[in-house]
Design a binder for this molecule. Structure first.
Ligand code: ZN
Length: 457
C-alpha cells in the first residue's frame, strides 16, 4: 500500500517513530480510523515522517476513542446512592462512573433536549443538583434507563455513555478526538505535505487529509491552482468563510508605494506570525502565488512550537519570561478602513497546563510602548533574542520558493514565516494573494468531513 505524505501525517505517534515502512500496515489496528487515512494516488509521495532527521513529537500517548475496550455492551448498571453515582459495568469488564447530577442534566429525552438542534432545553433552575435515583435497569436494547424521584425517565445509549466516561484516559481520548492537539515537530528537513488544489476542492477525502495534515504538521502545500486572483476565496469556501481583517477579505502581497505593512515591500521579512496586534490573531493563513520574482523572494518557515519546546529545555528562564510577560503590539494605518490596533500578548502563549498554544511575534508591530517594570526590560530582550536566534539557526528553518499556482496553507498560531528580499523591476512583479481563517472554522470543517468520510459522530 502506498502511503501519501498526507496519510503519514495521520499516523499514530508510535508508528511515526518506527524506522520500518511496514509500520504503515499496522496503522489501522492501533490508530483510530478517522486518523488513519488511505491513499490518494494523485498526491505526491515523499520520504516518510520517521525518516526525517531531527523531528520529534511531544504529544500525549495515543489512546483509542474507546479506551475501555471495543465492546460497548452493558453487563450491569447500578445506583451507588452514597456516592450519588451510577456505576456501569461493561461487557468487556471495564467500569465507568457517572454522577447523578450530570446524568439528570444530560437527559436525552425530547423534553430535556431540543433534538432538532442537539441542544439542552432543560434549564439549570429546573435541575435538582442533589437528585437521587429511584430505579436503574438495562433495557432490552441495552440502554441504561433511570427513573428519577420526580417520575421523569431518562434512557442513555451505551456508546454515548461510554464516550463520556469520566476516567482520565477516556477524557483524554475524547478531547484528542475533538481537538486533535497532537503535533509532529519538524525542522529544516521537513518535506512539506503536498496535495492537489482541485482535488482538495472536490474530494472530501482529499480535503480531510489536507486539514488533518494542516492540524498535525502545521503546513501543507497545494499545487495546481490557476495563477489568477480568487483562488484563496474558493479555498476558503471549501472550509466555510474567510476571516475579515483590516487588510480586507483577502490581501495582495506586492511591492506597493507608501506601504502600510512591511510585507508590502520587496525587502527582507524576518520570521513572524501574522497579526499579534490582535488579541485573537487569525489561526490559519493561505498564501497563493500569482507571480514569483526571478531573483529572491524565497519563503522561510519555522516550527514555533518545536522551537518553544527547545527553548524550554535549553534556556528555561527565557521560556518562562516569554511565556509570562504580556508584550504590547500595535498596528496603525488605513486599508479596509482606518485602523489603530493595540494588543497585549505573550510571545509564547501557554495554557493553564503549560502547553504552548500560540506564538505571537512580529518584530515590525512590536510596540515601542513596553508595559514592563524597569527591571524586566533587559531580561525580556535577552529572552526574545535567545528565541529568535534559536529559530533562525539553519538547521531549524525551512526554505522554499513558491511558483505561480502554488498555495501554501499554514497554522499562523504555530509557524513563523518570512521572506527573502527580491529584485523588483517593471514587468516582473511578485504577487501573492493571502487570506485568513479562524481555527474554529477550520476545525468545524474537519469534524464535518471526518463524519462524512468515516461516518463518525
Ligand atoms: Zn428528560
Amino acid at each position: 500500500m502506498w502511503m501519501t505524505t498526507l496519510a503519514r501525517c495521520a499516523l499514530p505517534t508510535m508508528l511515526k517513530r518506527s524506522s520500518s515502512v511496514s509500520a504503515c500496515h499496522f496503522s489501522r489496528i492501533g490508530g483510530r480510523p478517522e486518523l488513519t487515512v488511505a491513499t490518494s494516488p494523485t498526491l505526491s509521495l515523499y520520504p516518510t515522517w520517521w525518516q526525517l532527521r531531527g523531528h520529534g513529537t511531544q504529544a500525549p500517548a495515543r489512546m483509542t476513542s474507546n479506551p475501555l475496550g471495543a465492546s460497548t455492551g452493558v453487563r450491569h448498571a447500578r445506583a451507588l446512592d452514597q456516592e450519588r453515582q451510577l456505576e456501569v459495568e461493561w461487557e468487556d469488564g471495564g467500569q465507568s462512573l457517572y454522577p447523578y447530577t450530570w446524568l439528570r442534566d444530560n437527559c436525552q429525552c425530547p423534553v430535556c433536549t431540543l433534538q432538532s438542534a442537539g441542544a439542552r432545553s432543560l434549564q439549570l433552575s429546573q435541575l435538582d443538583i442533589h437528585t437521587g435515583v429511584d430505579q436503574v435497569h438495562v433495557t432490552d436494547s441495552s440502554k441504561v434507563s433511570i427513573l428519577w424521584p420526580d417520575h421523569h425517565t431518562s434512557e442513555f445509549d451505551p456508546e454515548w455513555l461510554k464516550k463520556r466516561c469520566f476516567s482520565p484516559a477516556a477524557r483524554q481520548a475524547l478531547q484528542e478526538e475533538l481537538f486533535l492537539n497532537e503535533r509532529v515537530y519538524w525542522d529544516s528537513e521537513l518535506q512539506i505535505p503536498t496535495a492537489n488544489f482541485e482535488e482538495v476542492l472536490h474530494d472530501d477525502k482529499a480535503a480531510l487529509d489536507w486539514l488533518l495534515a494542516l492540524r498535525r504538521v502545521g503546513i501543507v502545500y497545494l499545487k495546481g491552482a490557476s495563477a489568477e486572483q480568487g483562488q484563496v476565496a474558493r479555498l476558503s469556501q471549501r472550509i466555510g468563510f474567510l476571516r475579515l481583517t483590516f487588510y480586507g477579505h483577502t490581501f495582495q502581497v506586492q511591492d506597493k508605494p507608501q506601504a502600510n505593512n512591511l510585507a508590502y515591500t520587496s525587502g527582507d521579512l524576518n520570521l513572524h506570525t501574522d497579526y499579534p496586534a490582535l488579541h485573537y490573531p487569525p489561526g490559519v493563513q493561505f498564501l497563493h502565488c500569482l507571480r514569483q520574482a526571478d531573483d529572491g523572494g524565497e519563503s522561510e518557515v519555522v516550527d514555533g512550537f518545536h522551537m518553544a519546546e527547545r527553548l524550554r529545555r535549553e534556556d528555561p528562564e527565557a521560556f518562562r519570561t516569554l511565556s509570562s510577560l504580556h508584550i504590547d503590539f500595535t498596528d496603525t494605518g488605513a486599508d479596509y478602513c482606518d485602523f489603530m490596533v493595540q494588543s497585549k500578548n505573550r510571545i509564547i502563549d501557554v495554557d493553564s497546563d503549560g502547553h504552548v498554544v500560540r506564538i505571537n511575534f512580529n518584530n515590525a508591530t512590536r510596540d515601542s510602548v513596553l508595559d514592563l517594570p524597569l527591571h524586566q526590560v533587559q531580561p525580556f530582550y535577552s529572552s526574545l533574542q535567545a528565541y529568535v536566534q534559536l529559530m533562525t539557526r539553519p538547521e531549524n528553518m525551512l526554505t522554499y520558493k513558491m511558483e505561480a499556482g502554488d498555495i501554501v496553507t499554514f497554522n499562523n498560531w504555530r509557524l513563523l514565516h518570512g521572506r527573502k528580499s527580491y529584485m523588483c523591476h517593471p514587468g516582473c512583479v511578485r504577487h501573492l494573494e493571502g487570506g485568513y481563517l479562524d481555527w474554529d472554522v477550520v476545525m468545524s470543517c474537519l469534524r464535518v468531513l471526518r463524519k462524512s468520510v468515516h461516518g463518525e459522530s
